[in-house]
Design a protein around this ligand. Structure first.
Ligand SMILES: [Zn+2]
Length: 427
């Protein structure tokens, strides 16, 4: 019995060693930085953060943290660190250049590396995930080197009968999907909307399988109805009208999180002319000139200018989304950063920074926006070991030249990204 136990213990410790060696071996001491820990706490000036084998073992002011003798020092004098950013609504793997239909392992990994270089260290892919995405999710988590971590939902479910709904939920649940994703939207009257009995069946079966249900909705009434049916995550802003107290109460009492995806609206109309960010090195560093040339094509621009839907999103949906974000945030609803990036011309990595900037434009404080992209996002996704720079969490760290509490656009002064105590190559 003793021998057997001892052998088992050795086996466990060996597997831990190999896993840890893969994650990031050794002890690191990040010194001298201002530490924004992702919670409501005030930042720590001249802080020290210790990471052992990829996880945070201690964090505090220089006076209060002892640096272990064997630690490798990462000197961050004058810089600011905060937790790796979490995109609660993204997509991976389908688009190459500006073209759909390129889903494969290489394309998913390429995009996860892109997110990682922008400091997005976890992406919740809410739909269009294929087999390779599930494999990568299984391989990467909980460790990741050079790639954003990944959660997957599988296909966006669109069953036509309640029987199909039950089967569809079980199909993705059997693959261990992190979320179930549906759309309840008629796309400004152009398509049929999922019927209430269908989403009710999906919600019931998701609940049975213990998998949260994320809902794409546009209208306030649909958002309310799906919440009542049991939705666990509102994947876009309410954009047709001002939110009301009933909706606020439903979100708060059910503890459902709400992701604004403001940049999704931006992507529908911004290419009517050349966007300012085409001249921003933080953007152009990662986007080919061919893509920008295509988007700058005058005929293409004219189509966007003349598109009724694009102009509707610009003049009505986006301003309404920003208004509602302020109202919901002030009311204490859990707001999480999410972009719906990944489809063509919704640029992964850059759009998450643009999103945070727009959330401040809508009226949230930089501190609240940072929490929405870190601690609140982690909590909403059920991630216990990510989202803050606290003892026991993964050392997923974004290093900034300037303080984002002074100006949220300072998240773009990114100088380094660490995932599980591993420095992500950015050149
Ligand atoms: Zn989406």
């Amino acid at each position: 019995m003793f021998l057997k136990t001892r052998a088992a213990l050795i086996a466990i410790s060996l597997s831990l060693v190999s896993a840890v060696a893969y994650a990031a071996p050794g002890t690191l001491a990040f010194t001298g930085a201002r530490i924004i820990d992702g919670t409501e706490n005030a930042p720590i000036e001249n802080g020290v953060l210790i990471s052992i084998d990829g996880k945070i073992s201690n964090v505090g002011s220089a006076a209060n943290v002892t640096i272990p003798d064997d630690a490798e020092i990462v000197d961050l004098q004058g810089k600011t660190i905060m937790p790796g950013l979490i995109n609660t609504h993204g997509h991976v793997g389908q688009v190459l250049g500006l073209e759909n239909g390129h889903y494969d392992r290489g394309n998913v990994l390429r995009q996860l590396a892109l997110y990682a270089r922008y400091g997005i260290t976890m992406v919740n892919s809410l739909g269009d995930d294929e087999y390779e995405g599930f494999q990568i999710r299984n391989d990467l988590n909980p460790y990741s080197l050079n790639y954003s971590r990944l959660m997957v939902a599988g296909p966006v479910l669109a069953p036509r009968t309640t029987e199909q709904a039950v089967r569809a939920v079980n199909g993705v649940a059997d693959q261990n999907a992190d979320f179930i994703k549906i759309r309840v939207d008629d796309n400004l009257g152009r398509t049929a909307k999922m019927a209430p009995e269908i989403y009710q069946a999906i919600a019931d079966e998701s609940e049975k399988r213990g998998i949260p249900l994320a809902v794409h909705a546009y209208n306030l009434e649909d958002a309310k109805a799906t919440l009542a049916a049991g939705a666990d995550f509102i994947a876009h802003s309410v954009r047709d009208q001002e939110v009301d107290q009933e909706f606020i109460d439903a979100l708060i009492s059910s503890q459902v999180c709400y992701t604004p995806t403001l940049t999704r609206e931006v992507s529908t109309f911004i290419y009517e002319s050349e966007p300012a960010f085409f001249n921003d090195p933080f953007f152009t560093k990662e986007v080919s000139s061919e893509i920008m040339t295509t988007l700058n094509d005058p005929e293409r621009q004219a189509r966007v200018q003349n598109s009724e839907t694009a102009q509707h999103y610009k003049n009505h949906a986006l301003p309404m989304a920003m208004h509602n974000l302020k109202v919901l945030s002030d009311a204490g609803v859990s707001i999480v950063m999410g972009t719906d990036s990944g489809p063509a011309a919704r640029f992964q990595g850059y759009f998450e920074h643009l999103e945070m900037s727009m959330m401040v434009d809508a009226g949230m404080s930089p501190s609240a926006v940072i929490q929405s992209a870190t601690s609140v996002a982690a909590k909403c996704l059920g991630l216990d070991d990510l989202g803050t720079l606290e003892e026991g969490k993964w050392a997923d760290i974004v290093v900034l030249e300037r303080n984002p509490l002074d100006d949220i656009n300072n998240t773009q002064s990114l100088s380094d990204v660490w995932i599980a105590g591993n420095r992500v190559p950015r050149d």
